[in-house]
Write a new protein. Structure first.
Length: 449
């Protein structure tokens, strides 16, 4: 039904007719909003609830800017959805934000044929994707030209551009403050006596290796075991961008060219990327079992905390982590096998003037090492030395965290992500829109591309 209404409205209403169209659909949550002025934020289920909280953060940010924002929980929203129907019918939707890609494939029925709502109405939709595309190939595929895959890391975007780029766009999310707090709202003296926390779900690397042996043909399991052992030996120098090279090289040694085989590469990259993350998180925790740290997360059954100084707190809630970051002496973290952009934990810590203790990556060495940013290598001695230095001089390291926060906020505003959405939305709509009539000899839009 929705697409029939949209089809009729778009056929009847010329550009600029949004106000007249709004009068026929009182279900709109923003009946007075002009054409192309409402941002739709969609989310679904996620572990520790980051998607719903990021959706709320975005809605609050748009409200502060005086902009319209409509949040949709794709898990619980009724369908057909009268409010969404009216927004599309009234031509009010400017663009959509789909956390984890959830909501970007919203299909509506037109005369018995399913069509993508965003593509049908030439409305940009930003798919916010935090994981390597190898894990969710289908989520990363874009079958209409108004989709923008927005990645947190260069390594992930580059895989998309090499293997999955179809009609949509691939981009890197700009660095922006998250859950920002000003220094006057923090007790820096109390932070000196607080804990170092590791906000991380675990997973046993040996469980994954056992799964390979139990569930895969022996030849494939043996290949994965060999590749994982080679990568384990180079933890500090191997990153997500190198995994594809490693897989291609391994099979080239067997006389097999898999460089252009997306499904083939994705299977092996997903296994090895997951394995390295498990090894790294396990190494950090086991190295610090005799340090007074708190590990907040799930899936740590493979580590015995009994009688150790480190404390495990089963936990999984994004909202609670805000207070933990604000109050902590420091927050432990690790990059997701990436090196060119900061991880979300570092951004959240810097936004709250709290020191983040993480592994060495290019971004931190270039941008924040001059401000005293500590970094460790992936070996137990380096991890222990980094944490030990903080515990030996908490006052100095709390001050480093404060200074890094000041510099971070000087460089990155709280609206940079929204500014990017607005800019890229203009780009997409221009490419898909009518002739802007800038030049008489510009024939736009092209018909054969």
């Amino acid at each position: 039904m929705l697409l029939k209404l949209i089809k009729g409205a778009l056929a009847k209403a010329p550009p600029g007719a949004g106000a007249a169209a709004a009068a026929v659909s009182p279900a709109s949550p923003f009946p007075d909003a002009p054409e192309r002025s409402v941002v739709v934020v969609a989310f679904g289920p996620s572990r520790s609830n980051p998607f719903i909280n990021m959706a709320k953060i975005m809605a609050e940010a748009y409200a502060r800017l005086g902009l319209y924002c409509h949040v949709v929980d794709m898990l619980t929203a009724p369908w057909p959805n009268p409010e969404l129907e009216s927004l599309f019918l009234n031509r009010q939707v400017r663009y959509g934000i789909a956390w984890g890609g959830i909501g970007a494939d919203m299909e509506l029925n037109l005369d018995g044929q399913a069509r993508n709502a965003w593509g049908l109405t030439n409305t940009p939709v930003f798919k916010m994707i935090g994981d390597h595309p190898a894990y969710f190939l289908d989520v990363n595929v874009s079958n209409h030209p108004t989709a923008v895959n927005l990645y947190g890391f260069v390594e992930h975007r580059d895989f998309f551009m090499r293997h999955l780029q179809t009609q949509g766009y691939g981009a890197i999310a700009p660095i922006s403050q998250i859950d920002s707090l000003e220094p006057e709202h923090l007790d820096f003296k109390a932070k000196q006596g607080a804990k170092i926390v590791f906000l991380k779900n675990g997973n046993a690397p040996e469980d994954l290796r056992r799964a390979w042996r139990a569930r895969l043909p022996a030849s494939i399991a043996n290949m994965l075991l060999e590749m994982s052992e080679e990568l384990h030996a180079t933890l500090d120098t191997t990153h997500a961008g190198d995994l594809e090279t490693s897989v291609v090289g391994y099979f080239a040694g067997l006389g097999i060219d898999v460089a252009g085989r997306t499904k083939f590469l994705a299977f092996y990259i997903a296994q090895l990327d997951d394995y390295l993350r498990r090894v790294k998180s396990t190494m950090i925790t086991t190295a610090l079992l005799d340090f007074p740290i708190e590990v907040h997360g799930e899936c740590w059954e493979h580590i015995d905390f009994t009688g150790r100084h480190a404390k495990l707190i089963p936990y999984g809630d994004y909202v609670k982590s805000k207070q933990l970051i604000s109050e902590a002496l420091a927050v432990l973290d690790m990059s997701p096998n990436t090196r060119h952009q900061p991880h979300e934990r570092f951004v959240r810590c810097a936004s709250r003037h709290t020191l983040c203790l993480t592994n060495r990556i290019d971004y931190l060495e270039h941008e924040f090492a001059p401000f005293g940013q500590p970094m460790f290598d992936f070996n137990p001695d380096s991890i222990r030395a980094t944490v030990g230095a903080v515990l030996d001089d908490p006052g100095r390291h709390v001050e480093i965290g404060r200074l890094i926060g000041v510099e971070f906020k000087r460089r990155y505003s709280a609206t940079q992500l929204i500014d990017f959405f607005e800019m890229m939305s203009d780009q997409v709509q221009l490419q898909q829109g009518p002739d802007p009539q800038v030049q008489r000899f510009l024939v736009w839009p092209p018909k054969r591309l």
